[in-house]
Write a protein that binds this ligand. Structure first.
Ligand code: NAG
Length: 315
């Protein structure tokens, strides 16, 4: 694993969110519930979109990809945490830790990029409605879903390769429930200057590129909507963005709320809240936002569920 004179370590300890047995029980139930809701909710969305040919449009294909990324995202951290609480163990092997970190970075980045792609899709739908089908042809859609995966893997790979150079000495406890890059950097006894610089620059790009895409798309969308004369037309055009806009506001609202508002919370607590929000809460929210605010999605889900009940009743 590591060559060098220093002691090398083969595992890390994940302290989790609490060391009180009572609190741990509560966290176990809470995170298990969140995990099941996320997997079932997003799974239903993927099924509903896959089975309903009415929803075979770019917007829903992107949404299905987002749901898939959300299921994967929460599956990288929560099951291991539940397992560790259950077995009263805190250890995670060096290899598992690095692998977990890779996937956490990758899926959070994918979520970001997909939200950007979905904004572009709404921009084309509202600003160029007549050319929508020609612009968003299947080839382009596949390209637009592959790009986030490629970029996110490059980002995760960069961080991981840079991390593999580092040496870890005696301290190997992470006060967290998953292996987080920033914390691993703090723990290392090598010089992490380059890693931190790359983390800062790449992190900024991962946030700013999709954010710029979203911002410009919505500036043009609002301008186009304002030009529609009838109130009903305005509302109809804008309502197709409602779900996406809610997800975006929730996502960036969380970032702003946690990082930009001076709060009394200690910095470590703030980072913990951020980690829980992005790896656990946001993946859970998307299905609710899309299925509660979107008529087509609601219809498809209802169809899916009634079909399931039908199949159960008449084998
Ligand atoms: C993601 O997008 C691709 C290409 O647009 C599509 O073929 C695929 O079915 C989507 N994935 C899911 C889980 O729906």
């Amino acid at each position: 694993m590591h060559q060098g004179n220093q002691t090398t370590i083969s595992e890390f300890l994940l302290l989790g969110l609490s060391n009180q047995p009572e609190e741990q029980k509560l966290l176990f139930v809470l995170f298990l519930g969140t995990y099941l809701v996320t997997v079932v909710g997003n799974g239903l969305i993927i099924l509903a979109i896959g089975l309903d040919s009415y929803l075979h449009t770019p917007m829903y294909v992107f949404l299905a990809n987002l749901s898939f990324a959300d299921i994967s995202s929460i599956s990288t951290s929560v099951p291991k945490m539940l397992m560790n609480i259950h077995t009263k163990s805190q250890s995670i092997s060096y290899e598992s830790c690095i692998t977990q970190m890779y996937f956490v970075i990758m899926f959070v980045a994918i979520d970001n990029f997909l939200l950007g792609v979905m904004a572009y899709d709404r921009f084309v739908a509202i600003c160029y409605p007549l050319n929508y089908k020609t612009i968003m042809q299947p080839r382009i859609c596949i390209f637009l879903t592959v790009i986030p995966w490629v970029f996110s893997n490059i980002v995760a790979l960069t961080h991981t390769l840079l991390l593999l150079r580092l040496i870890f000495c005696d301290s190997h406890t992470l006060p967290y429930f998953f292996c987080d890059l920033a914390l691993l950097l703090k723990l290392s006894c090598s010089d992490t200057m380059i890693n931190e610089l790359v983390l800062f620059i790449v992190g900024l790009l991962v946030i700013i590129i999709p954010f710029a895409l979203i911002l410009f798309s919505y500036i043009y969308i609002v301008r186009a909507v304002l030009r529609i004369s009838s109130t009903e037309g305005k509302w109809k055009a804008f309502s197709t963005c409602g779900s996406h806009l809610t997800v975006v506001l929730f996502f960036y609202g969380t970032i702003i709320g946690i990082y930009f508002f001076p709060s009394s919370a200690h910095r470590d607590d703030r980072d913990k809240i951020a980690a829980v929000m992005f790896t656990v809460v946001t993946p859970m929210m998307n299905p609710f936002i899309y299925s509660l605010k979107n008529k087509d999605m609601k219809g498809a889900l209802r169809k899916l569920i009634s079909r399931k009940i039908f199949l159960l009743l008449m084998p």
